[in-house]
Design a protein around this ligand. Structure first.
Ligand SMILES: [Zn+2]
Length: 600
């Protein structure tokens, strides 16, 4: 995006840009210098040289959230010691809202803003500074001018003696060591910066450089092993979405015993364990994360719901299509490793089965349509509580399952001539860049790929809370849900527990389970079953003494008041949503499944 529009009524912009893209060429950059005088205290010192164009007052702000992670995070709470000056003259800086400051310039053509940012949150959207390295994201680091212009933002890093290099997808400024340029604030926010002594490997696809960067405790990471595999994922993704759209790409992984990933246009920032290349399970989990975040460089960063740009960095940006932006991306995170030859058929089916199981075992799937789960992401997805599973659905797995069903639908309707890949390519050709798509436009392009009107099908799957219908997809691919023998099912109360200082405390009670029907509550402490004490780690072993259908007396303490509650145990739901090939699958059905797995 070239132009940023801030949807604020209090905007003090005095400059009106008739053609912002043209005028942007003439705008002076904001120049930041980052220093780490005492990195072990977790601070980055920021100095920003801000052009004023002679205005008497300049208002500046910090973003309150990061695109891709849809929750107001209030990054400004980590900012301290804000001062401004013009030359040797101190200027007045007054905080005007929670995340804005007004600088009285005295007519100076440029002012210098200085502040410190406390950086000790090891998540993909925040900052971390310690003696060994720094991980910085744009939104929680850079204060910028409140304006509607695409102004360049330059970043120069002063390295502590022990740190050797800066890794970022920002463009280096030639002739200036450790200096980088973002064409606009969006690009700055979209470009994590890793500083320290990272482990780096490069490879090339289609003449474009790809850098794999590990920072943190990298001693056990086998970086060489990752090169060929990431190359295969890049090629598999390119075969779905078309030509590579970026000048170069960085795969950042913080080896910090943390998790998560966040997509950017020319990079991704993820986190993992020091053992990520040591066990098959950890490595495939990491490859799945790579596949997901890398696929995002098309789906959401370049092909996006119309609401996701230009961003309003200070308020919620409501959007109903995250089930496509995230869910379809998650579907391809299952598909790409198989097509890249990094997974077996059974591992692929296991991945799809996990997605289906995550949807079908959540009571909230029958309460909230997935498009509304997307809309409410700002208040629900990133703030789960004990009742979330009862009232909402996660748009990641539900979107992935819809993609799986849609793929089968398009393939079947076109006799295998087209697929979801076709729909995604056409959507990319029509709506990428600044355009974005509306729900109706997305439904229309997928209908066109299928050669049949799917608007009604999308209304049922994505805009209602109706149960999904798997019949068509299973029949097309020759699959079935593995039959579950419930005769020996374990006895089950339902819900979750945790050990709280040795006390066994209920953390969630799921709708439709024996526990909620009997009246067990969240925060009840389970003390005994049938008058025999249950230790915090002993619930599962105790329940094994019973069978489904047995009635037990549970002694609980509710706000310290003891009470007995009778619960009739039910059978633990089996893993009924695991896919397997039909024993009687026809050659045609098997060919359909192979075409999906091979990307035909
Ligand atoms: Zn994602």
């Amino acid at each position: 995006m070239k132009v940023r529009v801030l949807l604020v009524t209090a905007c003090l912009c005095t400059v009106v840009f008739g053609d912002a893209a043209v005028r942007a060429q003439a705008l002076d950059p904001i120049r930041y210098t980052l220093r780490f005088p005492a990195p072990h205290t977790h601070y980055v010192d920021v100095e920003a040289s801000i052009p004023t164009a002679g205005r008497a007052e300049v208002e500046v702000y910090m973003a309150t959230w990061t695109p891709g992670s849809y929750l107001i995070r209030e990054y400004e709470r980590n900012v301290e010691a804000v001062t401004a000056s013009a030359g040797t003259r101190a200027l007045s800086v007054v905080k005007s809202t929670k995340n804005r400051w007004k600088i009285t310039t005295g007519g100076a053509p440029g002012v210098t803003l200085r502040y410190k940012v406390y950086s000790r949150e090891m998540t993909v959207r925040n900052n971390w500074v310690e003696s060994a390295f720094a991980m910085l994201n744009g939104a929680p680091t850079f204060i910028t001018i409140v304006e509607r212009a695409a102004r360049p933002h330059d970043v120069r890093v002063e390295l502590p003696a022990a740190w050797k290099r800066v890794e970022t997808a920002l463009e280096p400024v030639s002739g200036s060591p450790n200096t980088f340029r973002a064409a606009d604030f969006d690009t700055l926010v979209d470009s994590p910066i890793i500083i320290g002594n990272p482990l780096v490997r490069d490879f090339t696809v289609d003449g474009k450089k790809h850098s794999i960067v590990f920072e943190g405790d990298t001693a056990l990471v086998d970086a060489d092993k990752t090169v060929g595999d990431l190359q295969k994922i890049v090629i598999a993704a390119k075969n779905v979405m078309g030509p590579l759209q970026y000048p170069h790409y960085h795969f950042f992984t913080m080896v910090t015993e943390s998790g998560g990933g966040l997509e950017h246009k020319n990079s991704f920032l993820g986190m993992g364990t020091r053992f990520l290349t040591r066990t098959d399970r950890a490595y495939k989990g990491w490859l799945g994360l790579i596949a997901h975040e890398y696929f995002h460089n098309w789906n959401v960063k370049r092909l996006r719901p119309v609401e996701l740009g230009p961003f309003d960095y200070e308020n919620e940006n409501y959007v109903k299509m995250l089930w496509v932006a995230e869910g379809f991306t998650d579907y391809y995170a299952d598909v790409l490793p198989k097509r890249a030859g990094l997974e077996s058929r059974d591992e692929f089916l296991d991945g799809i089965s996990n997605q289906i199981e995550q949807v079908q075992t959540i009571p909230g799937r029958l309460v909230t349509p997935v498009n509304m789960a997307s809309f409410d992401t700002w208040i629900k997805q990133y703030r789960p509580d004990e009742n979330t599973a009862n009232m909402s659905v996660n748009y990641y797995p539900k979107g992935a399952v819809i993609a799986f069903l849609l793929d089968a639908k398009i393939r079947k309707a076109t006799n295998g001539a087209r697929s979801l890949d076709t729909g995604m390519q056409w959507a990319m050709q029509r709506y990428s860049g600044d355009k974005g798509y509306t729900p109706d436009q997305f439904y229309a392009v997928m209908s066109e790929a299928a050669g049949t009107d799917l608007k009604g099908w999308f209304a049922k799957t994505a805009e209602s809370a109706d149960e999904l219908d798997y019949t068509e997809a299973l029949d097309y691919y020759g699959l079935r849900f593995r039959p579950v023998d419930m005769r020996n099912a374990r006895p089950y109360i339902g819900g979750g527990t945790r050990s709280d200082a040795g006390r066994l405390v209920i953390t969630s009670v799921r709708r439709g389970t024996p526990g909620i029907d009997a009246g067990l509550n969240v925060d009840d402490e389970i003390i005994a079953i049938d008058d025999v004490r249950v230790r915090a780690d002993g619930l599962a072993a105790r329940l094994e003494q019973y069978k489904a259908g047995d009635k037990i007396s549970v002694l609980v303490a509710r706000r310290d008041r003891l009470m007995k509650i009778d619960v009739t145990l039910g059978p633990e739901p089996g893993r009924a949503w695991r896919l397997e090939p039909l024993p009687t699958a026809t050659a045609e059905q098997t060919a359909h499944l192979n075409a999906l797995m091979d990307g035909k």
